[in-house]
Design a protein. Structure first.
Length: 267
């Protein structure tokens, strides 16, 4: 049995990884295997950056035209961090321009769902790190936090994909409730609304949580961590086959596909 070092805090993404596939959690969190960014994920990063930058501008200038003008500069910033990014992801200039246009479509669609001239977010890309009463540390980034004059809090999460069928919305719901638990424990206030904005199809989902619901979500998070600790003690990270395996970069190392995981790193 090999005891591998576990992360010092749990994020919504890594908790979702464990629920999807414990072996994927191991590959990403313990082995830290590299993963090439996909064009879709990079587009999400670009659109999020544009919306964050939009709210740095005076309210009267937050127009669709202004928002669209942010796309190219934000793309240049991403490319400056990784000069080989364009070559890895796009087969020529035409493919790049089609991708940029798809990002512009998402940015423009945002204005069908909210009027940013009437909003003044308290926080954007808010980093949270809190400890639960059990001692478990949670960590994550909230896309936007709105606070009404009455003190009511709204948590907003941008999604650049399409809204899932109600039968498959558990993952997104889990993640935004994860954020709500962190805010509840950090600020001592139950958020009045949790809002998911799906730019892919222009839909909005929201939840108005109760304290009892957040307590239940907190218990679920604690249970996930207990299962992670148990897997770490045993040194056994079981693969979990699903339709999502088709998007996994680590099939060559997965027993479900005839692969062998590398030896576990040691503390």
């Amino acid at each position: 049995m090999t005891t591998a070092p576990l992360p010092t805090a749990l994020s919504p993404s890594r908790a979702s990884d464990f629920l999807q596939c414990p072996l994927l959690f191991r590959f990403r969190t313990i082995d830290r295997l590299p993963e090439a960014p996909s064009a879709a994920a990079l587009r999400g990063t670009l659109v999020h950056a544009c919306l964050e930058r939009l709210y740095e501008l005076p309210s009267q200038t937050r127009t669709p035209r202004t928002a669209l003008s942010l796309v190219d500069p934000q793309w240049e910033k991403l490319r400056a961090r990784d000069p080989e990014l364009q070559e890895r992801l796009f087969d020529g200039e035409e493919a790049l321009q089609e991708w940029l246009e798809s990002a512009r479509t998402l940015v423009k669609r945002y204005f069908d769902l909210e009027n940013p001239e009437q909003l003044e977010p308290r926080e954007r890309e808010m980093r949270l790190e809190v400890s639960l009463p059990t001692g478990l540390r949670l960590r994550g980034y909230v896309d936007r936090l709105d606070v009404a004059p009455s003190g009511q809090i709204r948590v907003v999460d941008y999604k650049t994909g399409k809204s899932p069928h109600p039968r498959f919305e558990d993952k997104a719901k889990f993640q935004i409730f994860f954020y709500a638990v962190m805010i509840w424990r950090d600020l001592g206030v139950v958020p009045a609304r949790l809002q998911l904005i799906y730019l892919g199809d222009g839909s909005v989902r929201w939840y108005d949580p109760t304290e009892a619901e957040l307590a239940a979500a907190e218990s679920e998070i604690a249970d996930i961590w207990a299962r992670i600790e148990a897997a770490g003690r045993a040194g056994v990270w079981e693969p979990k086959r699903s339709k999502l395996c088709g998007w996994c970069e680590h099939q060559a190392l997965c027993p479900e596909f005839g692969g062998t995981p590398p030896p576990l790193p040691t503390a």
